[in-house]
Structures are given as structure tokens and as C-alpha cells.
Ligand binder design. Sequence first.
Ligand code: WT7
Length: 636
Amino acid sequence: MSAEETFVPSTSEWFYPTEDIVKQAAIQDYETVYQEAIADSEGFWARRAETLAWYQRWEKVLDKSNAPFYKWFVGGKTNIALNALDRHVKTWRRNKLALIFEGEPGDKQTFSYWRLWQEVNKFGNVLRSMGIKKGDRVTIYMGRIPELIIAMLACAKIGAVHSVVYGGFSEHALADRIEDAQSRVLITCDGAWLRGSIVELKKIADQAVHRSPVVETVIVVKRTGQDVPMQAGRDFWYHDLMALPIASTKCETEVMDAEDPLFILYTSGTTGKPKGILHTHGGYQVYTSTTLNWVFDIKDEDRFWCAADPGWITGHSYIVYAPLILGATEIIYEGAPNYPYPNRWWKIVEEYGVTILYTAPTAIRGLMRFGDAWPKRHDLSSLRLLGSVGEPINPEAWKWFYNVIGKGKCPIMDTWWMTETGGFLITPMPSVGLKPGSCTRPFPGIEADVVDDSGKSCPPGVEGKLVIKTPWPGMLRTIYGDPDRMVKTYFSAYPGTHWYLAGDSARKDEDGYFWVIGRIDDVIKVSGYRLGTAEIESGLVSHPAVAEAAAIGIPDEVRGNVIYAYCVLRQGHQGSEALVDALKTHIRNEIGPIAIPSKIEFVSVLPKTRSGKIMRRVLKARAQGLPEGDISTLEE
Ligand code: WT7
């Protein structure tokens, strides 16, 4: 069930799409399209870019002169909001539903393209009236509500760079990200609904702004309606601003260079400092819309539900941007999948006639636990495609999703990608044969491989490092404020090349199918969330009782991995249940609830190499009662 155990050899069962699915698919012959794209990658991406609107056509598709700082669609002028909104309101799509929102308490809202465009225009004008202009960073910290999407699109429209911080992060994590981006404006809400209670986002935002005084203005969406303190001159209600004459429904879209920044999204890496991954308008819009179009085969009559949070890359690419670029109708749901009962999602599928459901293995495993009776109470026959992302999906969960939810007729698109990649890199398309647990083969235009440390391709069945050998339009452009770190982290593993190192280990089988095993760096995937051991460790060490700490990921049936932490205490401190609780609360405040270790153990020393590096591998083996392997470098 764990990431480590998901590999199934190439003798795995095959699952083939029905004739009906193949007939509808945008791409029916993967092989030919893949070969064409590899033979002429620039021509291929140019043809994809031609499906979108540009104020001015590019002069050059790809500039490799300063690799790995690639430039795509050089000289092109566009704006992702031109493609996601402006162009639709000039067609019949103005009347089409863009968003269907269901709140956790059961309230509903719908937005046609016309209405969404108007709201975005109004908010774009509000931001402009506050002096926000092209290139300025705006931090957004909100629950899963339509205003989050409106705020992101409004930033894009006026050329501001959004930095969305997931609502599950704490004040400390939020303050760090505000500070790194130097955002003068923070957009938040009074609270968010989660399992019937309120997550007090405004309170957390206030504490973050207190730590990070660079914020001059806080815009607050009223969602839960509880009393929140508003600081005069700094805090403004969203609805008050949107009622001002300045908030007109006409808002000029900023003409952006294809390579102008669209957003920064922070993600965890091997050091404690989160990395601000930067994406741009031009290449990102081409890459996300092409991948969504071909992998989820979006049609006008579809109702697409990506059940991620807009605060993560999955939500950025496949809730906020690509579906709207394609003119799709999509669902967003605010709350927990099992609230008030474990049929909440299935009820939503039935009620709205969802045709495509894209989610994560951890959610599938979580819902599977409640048994088949819950989904069986609902008519799920509208579904035609399913999707998975975030970590390897174990064949048992795959088959449950396929049989119980998809009734054996909906192919599962197991999409492998990362914050840094902008969109799917290794993924099935509806017309290809599937093997449960494999993300199948690379998307057209993507040259992926599994290699050993010298860069040689690994033979089938042999584990190695997952690399991407050539650039693609949706790739990250830099780490905000730290370009050297981008080169060092992703492009330096194989001298003489500019291969992108994903940080995952994988195997290929005889059919060229990829089987991702998991992270090989100090990143732990907990319920699909990406956390750095260094972040958790520095969080623990910032508590006065802790001298040293080590965090590891331990396989878990539902969450993929959970965190175990080992702490060496400072002199004068005693390990106790109360201290365990205090440390858990401390991590909740420092990073957020997702980073809370499920087990904290007090030890007198940590296993280290003679050069002082913590041997997490040894801790991991011990915790699972497995052989410790080579410990010849272990310090006495
Ligand atoms: C890491 C990236 C991309 C959106 C969500 C995660 C793991 C992601 C899969 C998959 C196996 C997967 C990898 C990757 N991962 N999708 N289909 N099969 N592993 O984005 O937080 O940037 O994490 O998620 O380990 O490196 P992220």
C-alpha cells in the first residue's frame, strides 16, 4: 500500500478503454503524435500555441541560448486572462457555466463566463486602485471559494504576480512566504468551513502580517460571518470594495510578454527554506491547456471536477487556468469529502452530473475505507473519466476507484507531475491501455527517462532517477529571488546536460511504461502534500526543549506516508506525553496541521555519519523493524 510497495512488474493486468471512449478521445493514436512531437518539438508547440489568443505572435518558439533558463514563445504578447475569460465572453460561451460552487454547509453559487469575467474585472479594478501594477506580488490566503479564483484571475489580468498560500499553512509559513515575495497586499477571508467548524484564516493572517510588516493592505472576503477584528486603514472588506464605483465591470487586460511572470507558488525542498517556483503567462497557458485537453478530453458538455485545492499547483493549473482556457464547466467544493457523511462527494457527482473526476490516491483510500455502500447509494453513471495525482496509486485503490466509482468503464488518468513542471509530464490519455499503478508514458513533446548516476538509461525493471531530457513550455522559469538554486537543484546532476532532475525514483517496464516509486530526496509526501524533512526538523528545533531533531516518512495505508520525529532534548528537559502534545501544537503553529508528526520519540542521540549527517535511512529501517543496511559510515 505504501509508496515503496506500489511497484507492480510488467506482468500487471492491462485495462483497455471501451470503443466509445477511444472514439471520443482527442488523441487516438498516442504513438504517432508522440513521434511527431519528438521529431519537431518546436513546430509541435507552435501549433498548440496557435490554438490560443495572442496580442502579438511570437518570433521564436524556444530560446535555448541561456539554458537552463529557457524562454518560450519569445516576443509573443498575451495574457492568460485573455484566453481564460476575455475571448469567451465574445462568443456563445458567455452564457455557459464556468464555475459551479458548492459550499460545505450546502450553499450553492454558479458563475457563467460572463459573470466570472465581470467579477474578475471588478476586482482587477479594485487592485489597480490600490496601486497594484504589473509585476507587483499579491499574496492570497483563502479557503476553497469562488473569490479565491476571482482574486487569482484578477491578478493575472492586471499583470500582478499572485502567490497563493494554501489555507492549511500556519501564520509562520504564511509570513515567510509574504516576506520572500515582498507582497504589499494580502487577500484573505474571515474564515473557512471545514468539517462544520471554522478555520480562522483572518486571525492567522493577522498574526502573519504582524510578523511580516511589508503588507500594507489586507482585503477580507466574508465567508463564515463570525466577528473578526478589522484594523482601520489596513483591512478592507472585499464586498465593500466591490461596491465602490471604482469597481467597474470594464477592466483593461494588461498586455504581457509571454515570459512575464504569472505566479509564484512555494513548495518544499531539501532545505528548510521553501522554494518560490515561478511560472509565466505564455508557455504555461499553452502547456496546461494542451495537457488538460488531451488527457481529460474536455468537451463542452463535460462537467469537470478537479477536487484539489486551488492553493496547490494542481488547482492552479487544472482548476483556475486550463479548464477556463478550454471553456469548460467545472465544480468546486469547499469542504471535506466525508462531511457530514462519507457520501458527500458521490452526492455532488450525482447532483451536478460530474463527467470527469480528478483526485488524489489519499482521498480515494480515505473514501474506500468507508465501504462500497456509500457510493452505491448514488447514481454515478455520468462519470466517463477519472484521474489521480500526488503520489503513486496502489493497485488496490486504483481498482476500487475503477470498479466501484467508475463501474469498470472509466479509464483512470494517473498523472505524474510536479509544482515545477506546470502540468502533466508522464500520463495516460483516454485511448491508451492502462496498468494499475503506472502513470504510463510521457506526454507528447516530453522526453522522460530513468537513468543511473552516470546518466545511462536503466534497463527495464531497474530502479533509477527520473529525468526529463528536453525543455517544455510549462516548466518553471526560476526560483523566485534565487536563480542559482534552480540550476543547482534541478539541472546540475548530469554535467554536460541540462536534464531536469525530478527528485523521484522510478522504473520503466518492457512496454516503456513508467512506475514512479517515490521521492529520493528529503521530501516526504503526506496525504499527497509535499513536506521537507528540514522544515519539520527546524520547526521542532525552534521549540526551547529540543536540541536536535530528525523527521522521516513511514508508509501509511491511507495517507501514503506519515511523519515520525525523533528529538534529542536540551539539558534540563524531560520527555513526557505533555511535551509530545506541546511539540505537536508547536508544529501546527510553525508549519500547519499537515506537518504534525504522528509519532514523536525522545532519544539520547541520533544516528549520524562521521561527517555529521543524520542517517534517516537507519531511523526509517528501525522504525519499521527492517534490516538497517550498510551502517559502516555510522558514527560510533
Ligand atoms: C511529487 C510532486 C503535481 C501535483 C501534485 C503534486 C509525486 C505526483 C504522482 C503520480 C506518483 C506522483 C512525485 C512528485 N507525484 N504525481 N501520479 N504518481 N507520484 O505536486 O507537491 O509538487 O509534488 O509528487 O513524487 O515528485 P508536488
